[in-house]
Design a binder for this molecule. Sequence first.
Ligand SMILES: Nc1ncnc2c1ncn2[C@@H]1O[C@H](COP(=O)(O)OP(=O)(O)OP(=O)(O)O)[C@@H](O)[C@H]1O
Ligand SMILES: N[C@@H](CCO)C(=O)O
Length: 290
Amino acid sequence: MSFEIIVPATSANLGPGFDSIGIAVSRYLKVKVEASTASWQVEHQLGKDVPTDERNLIVKTALQIAPAIQPHHLIVDSEIPLARGLGSSSSAIIAGIELADHLAELNLSQLEKLQLATKIEGHPDNVAPAILGDLTVSTYTADQQVFSIKGHFPEMALMAFVPPTELLTTASRSVLPAKLNFSTAVKASSIGNTLVAALFAGDLKQAGQLMEQDQFHEQYRAHLVPHLAKLRTLGHQAGAIATYLSGAGPTTMTVIDLKSCQRFADLVAASGLSGELLQLKVERQGVVIR
Ligand SMILES: Nc1ncnc2c1ncn2[C@@H]1O[C@H](COP(=O)(O)OP(=O)(O)OP(=O)(O)O)[C@@H](O)[C@H]1O
Ligand SMILES: N[C@@H](CCO)C(=O)O
């Protein structure tokens, strides 16, 4: 009996919410699970570097959780660009967990799925909104407990600027400092804490100002994503509330009123920056099986 798994893309960090805050957005990974086969067959248009057999991240994840499941023919349709900071690998991991859960009839709870996904990914800021939907604020404690709170992100347009070049999460994390001094850590976390409070209070103005005051990662990654500063300036010119580095990049995300999207798009087009501008919105629900 075939079924389909639909997982939203996600945008993580929102500036100072590094490895903690994330939102689900309106692009999707869809996995149609067709007939059982002698060996795993993964049909996709993601390019030659993404495997079509049991090495594919979706299947690898499923077999990690339920090694005895029968191989199937999977038809993957993804509109989430790879290695661009929109949670493509997280979406694949979650699709794998759902595949294992369904085929092995594990009846995993949402928290069990979140624990499994976070353990595989290493941080909850993409997998939590992909599972729960909307805005999530999460932490992954030293004893590998995941805590995640779902909130309502304000009704705004999200303009994702997607450069043509990949930036692997591993490469983007390799330039981050191993430690921060105490006073910097206190300042950086207070900005993140206040951002969360502003988001939950619906105070868009202060939330936007705080999204642009990250002290954990953006400054260290600036040389990898030189377009971030330019897009932030263009966002201000168009009346956006904030522009931040989406996940590990290179995509940037501009939070803006729907009525100002065209103005922003015109400024980006005139800037000569090369990349695709996607107009997205928050996806209020997480992964769906149908
Ligand atoms: N839909 C997918 N199906 C199978 N494998 C995937 C998929 N998306 C990502 N991957 C695997 O994850 C690798 C990229 O992981 P990485 O975290 O660097 O990028 P990403 O997850 O696409 O970007 P980000 O997490 O920053 O949004 C790809 O090279 C591929 O092996
Ligand atoms: N918080 C992670 C997100 C990765 O998608 C990072 O910035 O490296």
